[in-house]
Design a protein around this ligand. Sequence first.
Ligand code: FE2
Length: 272
Amino acid sequence: MPLNAITDDFFQLGPRRGQPGLDRARERIGASLREYGFAGLTGLRTRADVLESAHLLLGELRVHRDSGPDGLTVVRDLGEVAHRAGFGGFGREELLPHTDGTQVAEPARLVLLACQAGARSGGESILVDGSAVLRELASAHPDALTALTQPRAAYFGGTAGHFAPVLRQIGDGRWQIRLRLDPELARFSPDAEPHLPTLRDTVRRHLRTVLLRPGQALLIDNSRTLHGRAAFTGERLMLRALGTPHPRLRLLPGFAAALDARCSHGTEQPCA
Ligand SMILES: [Fe+2]
């Protein structure tokens, strides 16, 4: 999918409220999540808009350390706070592609990131399709994939963190990705560590950016798609919500990846 083509394909929930338009919108948003690992939304200009859309798509929001009682987190530059481990999102530096909630046993399935104020420069949202990363590792770097799928391939978080594979097969040819690459929040096993340069290169090759305008948002499948942010100047302000997909989005656990056994010969051609 071309990088900024999603700007022509942002879904609007607002005029579709009420059945059955709402269900049709959910079907289309679910189809985009299944196909691309994310969906673009528009019409989320205020906190109330974001909260309403979040409830329509995610149901109950996950309340956590950084969120308000309503489940929304204001993501903006908070100065010195951003220098503390785990608070890098609250600065203006580049944020490496990652999945949210790596340090907990069950990360939120969906992440909603809604732009409320754009940056003066920079601040593009970064997306990386984990299924493309998986396919490339399987075809070109099978040893790396083997190491990264081990149950204790990585340890995410601080003292109360979580051991997990970076890529986990959950059955029926379906997978999940869990990844941070910032050293203060992720450590890797001796078997996985030598493959990190390959993993970083592979992630970089599949990186896309999109510049959200105020009122636009990304709904991201956190079990498939990494997200990040380019450095910025100005007063960029995003609202974030975490939660579980509405049943009408029809998301099965993880993402499908048909990996052909013949791919272990080292070709760089994707197998599926
Ligand atoms: Fe994040």
